[in-house]
Design a protein around this ligand. Structure first.
Ligand SMILES: C[S@@+](CC[C@H](N)C(=O)[O-])C[C@H]1O[C@@H](n2cnc3c(N)ncnc32)[C@H](O)[C@@H]1O
Length: 313
């Protein structure tokens, strides 16, 4: 891996690739969250006839993946941008359809471990949190300018924080004295307002950082659009695999699959079906796949991961 200092251990790598690529032979797969290419490298090593279109918002990730996937450069297309524009990137690569789309949501270890990116709760850095450094709004800007109601909403909806109102109020009070600039200032305020974290439990600031990160990167809207895009991109028989790291992401995938897999959606009590809806996908994972003990021993990040997969009919 490049960036030795900041490396990423791919989560549920074998499971994801086995579901995404059930057989050998020519295929076109989209890695919509390429990162440093951890999943894509296994696809390309395992199947010498596979091509990958790798998408990521983060320029550092694209550079890292280019290096890590050099062994199969002629089979790799790289696109820097948001996965909500998935079909636009396919068109640029001359792909009319895809055999599979992989999502491994969230942020990578190189993003978290580099304090300059502003995602870390442990290492002080600027309050940045942008996955794409070209986008204008940093976490600092959001924290210093959003009104109290908006702050409360994102803490409640994206962080599921019970004391969302108190946290929003505290932030507005604090920024009147001095604007926020550093990550550890926010960690300190979270501990003051939400209580110190209990050893072995999630630090109180984790949910606050999660909420801010989701808001800054518009993550949920991105996922909502991208799931539709991925479905439209797939040929019949093509597969979608999604790895989620928190309940909001997992719920979106689960609901998307449920609606697409459902037959008739007429209100209960209708004597005959008038909607005519047919199943559009077959769910391949009745329950989400989670990491086994061996993986968890090597990678703590895998502990929250849930993988769901489906096949287009
Ligand atoms: C968990 S990492 C992926 C790691 C990768 N599967 C690997 O094993 O090396 C998630 C990646 O998705 C990217 N990402 C998140 N949301 C995105 C979006 N809306 N559009 C494009 N890339 C996104 C992040 O920048 C990050 O690099």
């Amino acid at each position: 891996m490049s960036e030795e200092k900041f490396s990423h251990i791919p989560v549920l790598r074998e499971e994801a690739v086995n579901l995404l690529m059930p057989r050998d032979g020519p295929c076109r797969l989209i890695d919509a969250t390429l990162g440093y290419g951890g999943h894509s490298s296994l696809i390309l090593e395992r199947n010498k006839a596979a091509e990958v279109l790798g998408i990521d918002r983060d320029g550092d990730a694209i550079d890292g993946a280019r290096e890590n996937l050099r062994f199969a450069a002629s089979r790799v297309h790289l696109a820097r941008g948001s996965f909500s524009g998935l079909r636009g990137f396919m068109a640029e690569s001359g792909w009319a359809y895809a055999d599979g789309v992989l999502f491994d949501f969230g942020i990578s270890s190189p993003q978290v471990d580099n304090p300059e990116r502003g995602f870390s709760l442990r290492l002080d850095g600027p309050l940045d949190m942008r996955m794409d450094k070209r986008s204008p709004g940093t976490a600092g800007r959001f924290l210093n300018t959003a009104d109290q109601g908006e702050l409360e909403r994102i803490f409640r909806e994206y962080g599921e924080i019970r004391k969302a109102r108190a946290l929003a109020r505290g932030i507005v009070e604090r920024r009147k004295k001095r604007p926020f600039t550093r990550t550890l200032e926010l960690v300190e305020l979270c501990e003051e307002l939400l209580g110190k974290s209990i050893p072995g439990r999630m630090p109180s600031s984790t949910l606050c950082f999660q909420a801010l990160r989701i808001a800054v990167n518009d993550e949920l809207r991105e996922i909502e659009t991208a799931l539709d895009e991925a479905f439209l991109a797939l040929r019949p028989g093509g597969r979608m695999v999604a790895i989620s790291f928190h309940s909001l992401e997992d719920r979106m995938v689960k609901n998307f699959f449920r609606v697409k897999a459902s037959e008739c959606v007429c209100p209960p009590g209708f004597p005959i079906c008038v909607c005519g809806k047919k199943s559009e996908i077959r769910i391949l994972t009745k329950k989400p796949i989670v990491a086994g003990r061996e993986e968890l021993e090597k990678n703590r990040r895998a502990s929250c991961a849930k993988l769901r997969a489906a096949e287009k009919i």
